[in-house]
Design a protein around this ligand. Structure first.
Ligand code: FAD
Ligand code: DLZ
Ligand code: SF4
Length: 514
């Protein structure tokens, strides 16, 4: 019998609810999945990210096979592999002569563009379906954004709460009388704060084979491949979700912004890699969190704080990405030009906060939001690192990284490179913030209370230099007047000393001495 549709599933589309699968005809269609070098090497991905995706892809393909689908699964080692998605789609089209090719829209602009080009090369219709895993479609986001001068997440989030009926009273007002409990969610870590024990999933034969493949094919890859304890199936990801809801969600809010040496996870959910790859659905997660609140098992600040991240931030950054790409990628509003220092890759720096965040990243392909934003992101912002280089780093090193979510977080939230489209003020902070929100400074050779001289915490002078060099832009910002008042009170000598110190830090950064 002739082939009906060739149905393409990308590595981050491992869902059985997408139309590409639900509309498949098991008797006539072929499902194509391909491990390809072009995707595995377009940035220097963390080896755990590659292993997670390949193992999850293979498990997903196996489940489809058992369910009766015809699968063409191309492994990285397959000698006929053309090593690009476009090449594999063309090859499968030649081999199966389908009536049409169907794919769900990819999550990255560059792939969407190359699929548009592929359309011209294919001898049959190429249908790109919307990605219905998201809770806000492109059209809905554009409707919300149309005519607005400012795109503040808070208003978007309230609309999403209303649309999905999440955490609402019967009269439509927000539970607890407020939309936002962030003010309760900024507690510094108390002594002895640790992470509850996390799940570790047994490695089956598929995962072991993938680990061997990644070890062989990416010998110079970034990060540590083992220990490897990721969930690689939906069933396992659901266990991770339940574990979080039962054991961590109650404390999620309180210590959402805290950082503790040797405790990379604290009460964070670790779900991003699974949601982004399609193993979990955002709405089911929000509903489980809400149910835990309604059953009295978790406080409102925890449930609301968590739901805001998924129903609010996650959908919002995706909306911005597609609305403003491709020009978004070229944003550099603060004209930051410093090269990315090597320690971002090696983790070798004396700054303990950076070393902790970078070594968590190397080890786990994970660091939590405040480490990404207020440690590695903050440093990149105040040291004036080139946004494109910083973006490529974030896109590579985290297991959850895809451009649609990583780019607005990096360029917009962390670096203010979009000129304030996403953030109302830059997330710039001195060592004082890091001392308050973490215990990193306790064992650091630098001193957060010192701003110049040998023991000076680099974040201090870099912070003030950032403030001074962008005065024209930020002085009028209604959230920053007290910062400029403090700077002005310092007087000329101190200001000059801080700016000279900042220049020394930048030189030391490039020479690997920081
Ligand atoms: P939790 O703290 O438990 O939060 C729950 C969920 O909310 C996450 O799993 C995630 O799906 C969602 N979420 C939370 N914050 C955000 C956010 N700002 N934007 C979008 N979704 C959010 N997230 C990614 O998924 N992929 C990335 O590549 C990525 N890059 C980032 C780069 C920078 C510079 C920054 C500052 C943030 C980035 N984030 C990214 C957002 C956030 O840091 C991660 O989603 C989060 O740390 C993942 O860990 P978790 O699952 O334990 O999250
Ligand atoms: C990130 C990634 C990697 C490492 N490998 C593959 C792959 O071999 N095959 C594939 O289909 N996708 C891969 N991806 C994900 C893509 O680079 C891209 O981010 C998403 O498909 C966008 O939706
Ligand atoms: Fe980081 Fe400065 Fe604290 Fe060291 S003293 S951990 S560099 S903030």
């Amino acid at each position: 019998m002739s082939t009906g549709a060739l149905r393409v599933i990308l590595a981050d589309q491992l869902s059985t609810r997408l139309a590409v699968i639900t509309k498949a005809d098991k008797t006539r269609d072929v499902i194509l999945m391909a491990e390809v070098m072009s995707e595995a090497s377009y940035v220097r991905h963390h080896v755990k990210k590659i292993a997670f995706l390949f193992s999850a892809m293979r498990h997903y393909a196996q489940a489809l096979r058992v369910a009766g689908f015809t699968i063409r699964y191309v492994t990285l080692d397959d000698e006929d592999n053309r090593q690009s998605l476009e090449g594999e789609i063309l090859r499968a089209t030649e081999d199966f002569a389908p009536e049409r090719v169907v794919v769900t829209e990819p999550g990255e602009w560059r792939l969407r563009e190359s699929f548009e080009a592929l359309r011209l090369a294919l001898p049959v219709p190429f249908i790109i379906l919307p990605d219905t895993r998201f809770l806000c479609s492109h059209a809905e986001f554009n409707k919300w954004a149309e005519g607005r001068r400012e795109f503040r997440m808070e208003y978007f989030y309230r609309e999403m709460r209303r649309r999905y009926g999440i955490l609402l009273e019967a009269d439509g007002s927000p539970c607890g009388g407020r939309w936002n409990f962030d003010a309760d969610n900024r507690k510094p870590p108390q002594k002895g704060l640790t992470s509850p024990k996390r799940l570790s999933f047994r490695k089956d034969a598929i995962t072991l084979e993938v680990l061997d493949l990644v070890r062989r094919r990416f010998p110079d890859g970034y990060g540590r491949l083992e220990p490897f304890h990721f969930a690689v199936t939906r069933r396992q990801a659901l266990r991770e979700l339940d574990h979080f809801i039962f054991h961590m969600l109650a404390r999620f809010g309180d210590h959402q912004d805290a950082m503790v040496e040797g405790e990379p996870y604290l009460n964070h959910s670790l779900l991003s890699a699974y949601i982004n790859a399609g193993l979990l659905y955002p709405l089911e997660i929000c509903q489980k969190a809400e149910a835990a609140y309604r059953q009295g098992r978790v406080p409102l600040n925890g449930a609301e704080g968590f739901i805001r991240q998924i129903l609010g931030w996650r959908e919002y950054v995706r909306g911005l990405y597609w609305r403003f790409m491709p020009s978004y990628l070229d944003n550099n509003a603060l004209e930051a030009r410093e090269a990315l220092p090597w320690f971002y890759w090696s983790g070798e720096t004396r700054m303990n906060c950076m070393r902790q965040a970078l070594s968590d990243t190397l080890e786990h392909a994970y660091s939590h939001h405040i480490q990404r934003l207020m440690i590695t992101g903050n440093f990149a912002l105040i040291a004036g690192l080139d946004p494109k280089a910083v973006h490529e780093w974030y896109l590579a090193v985290y297991a959850d990284a895809y451009e649609w979510v990583e780019l607005p977080n990096t360029l917009g939230m962390a670096l203010y490179a979009d000129g304030g489209l996403l953030a109302s003020k830059p997330y710039a902070a001195s060592g004082n913030y890091i001392r308050r929100m973490s215990n990193y400074c306790d064992t650091c050779p630098y001193d957060p209370s010192v701003s110049t001289g040998e023991k000076a915490c680099p974040f201090n002078a870099l912070y003030w230099d950032f403030i001074a060099r962008h005065r024209d832009r930020f002085e009028q910002n209604r959230r920053m007047p007290f910062v400029y008042a403090t700077w002005d009170r310092m007087g000329d000598d101190k200001q000059q000393a801080l700016r000279a110190e900042a220049r020394r830090h930048v030189v030391a950064m490039h020479e690997g001495r920081l």
